[in-house]
Design a protein around this ligand. Sequence first.
Ligand SMILES: [Zn+2]
Length: 566
Amino acid sequence: MRASKYFIKTMKETPAEAEVPSHVYLLRAGYIKKVAAGIYSYLPLGLRVLKNIENIIRKHMDEAGALEVLLPILTPAELWKETGRWDVYGKELFRLKDRHDRDFALGPTHEETITDLVRQTVRSYKDLPLNFYQIQTKFRDEARPRYGLIRGREFVMKDAYSFDISEEMAIKSYEIMKETYHKIFKELGLNYLMVEADVGAIGGKYSHEFVVMVPNGEAHIVYCENCGYAANVEAAKYEFELDKLPPEEEKPLEKVYTPDVKSVEDVTKFLNVKPNKIVKTLIYILDDGTPIAILVRGDRELNETKVLNYFGALDMHLATSEEMEKLGLVEGFVGPIGLDIPVYADRSIEDLHNFVVGANEKDYHYINVNMPRDFNPVDIVDFGTATEGDPCPVCKSPLKETTGLEVGHIFLLGTKYSEALKANFVDKDGKEKPIVMGCYGIGVSRLIAAAVEQNHDENGIIWTDNIAPFKLHILALNTKDKNIMEIAENIYNISRGLGIEVLLDDRDISPGAKFKDADLIGIPYRIIVGKGVKNGVVEFQRRKDNEKIEIPIDSVENKLKEIFGG
Ligand SMILES: [Zn+2]
């Protein structure tokens, strides 16, 4: 491709709305263009990247025996009502009506549609197993679309769904997908981790996430360098047995005057106790309006996802000052003793003795509190968040913490959807049984952003070889110099002959502008045709390290063969 006939629209300035590197560089290098909040057009360069990722995914899914289909984006409300998700999905589901006033949704995911297809077509165990996948546009009405392709309202996903006759077989299908995902992310050339994940609102038995490691990513991961355990902090089990304080004799309960002493830090200083002897009482309001109190040790963080899962709630929030007042609670001094709200305790306070809690009275705390003597929680549950330094639940080594971007998620769904939609098959024994399902997603457009977040410098993008829109960038530095142009054209033709996806910058602009654009666009290999041609050399450069080496013009072909094969 010749740049003079292509669509290179780079920008010097960072657009105001772009906060993260991938958003900045994808806009500045002319890969995408914003249409509305969370909605983007893919420009020619961006579409090449998207197609490259799609093709790698498609190749490995096909090899794994999955069958590609294309389901409609527009899905009737009836299907969503059958599984109950028409109500459950809330505001994130894009809803619309047709001219006959019938309800439809723009699919954020396709469990309903695919299960409907299977229930209409599969009769017998002989029809199974099946694994259908598609690469398609999805919609989610995000409250705060942001970070460009990381959190959009319209995005491209690969979603796959497996159908099996038993849980045992479904686990086999799940394992095949797990291996397939490893192959895909390796070929994309990204540094990633597979982590144990929370099953969340989609439901199901167990699941794993594939997370591309990037600084300041949305996904918080704990991992063990010793045994390889890795989990999303939302799902990580916390190994409390190793963190217990030594047993103590119970002391008598005492109410103490603590004027204006509200936070764990304040209490620590005022009463001269360690944070692990203070118990925080957090008041949450569940999505159905029910208030709950959750106790967690002062040195531990509460994991809201674990709380939501326990209560089967989709949403909850910390009680506001107004709500606290309505409930008759004194902000900063709430405690479990004599509280009218159901109290649940995190496992971090199990076996804790002589601890401090709020006294439900302004400027007072209780000290030497003990369970069950002074109060009795409804339940004691693992609500804690694992963090750096906590013991690994497998081998007890200290865990490390890092962040990443979730780009893949696989679930063993079980029969949740097949039962709701009555997707049954007749087994060998003649009995009708629900089909056992799994589902497997990859955020295709998000992967573009993840790749840039992981691979860039202060000048622009550094694509991995298999994702890059072009593999080789030839910079003809002076278009008025016949000799330079002739050699650049010659190398361009050799490259095309070798089947290399090549971009020749033959635009009539300054060498400096060409280098700036080349750095921004991020094509992995570069040949610079400039003044050196007089001496029979061109320069070869890798975007990764920007180191330039001179090579004789007549050895360019061999150099290209060495890098690209062929
Ligand atoms: Zn370990």
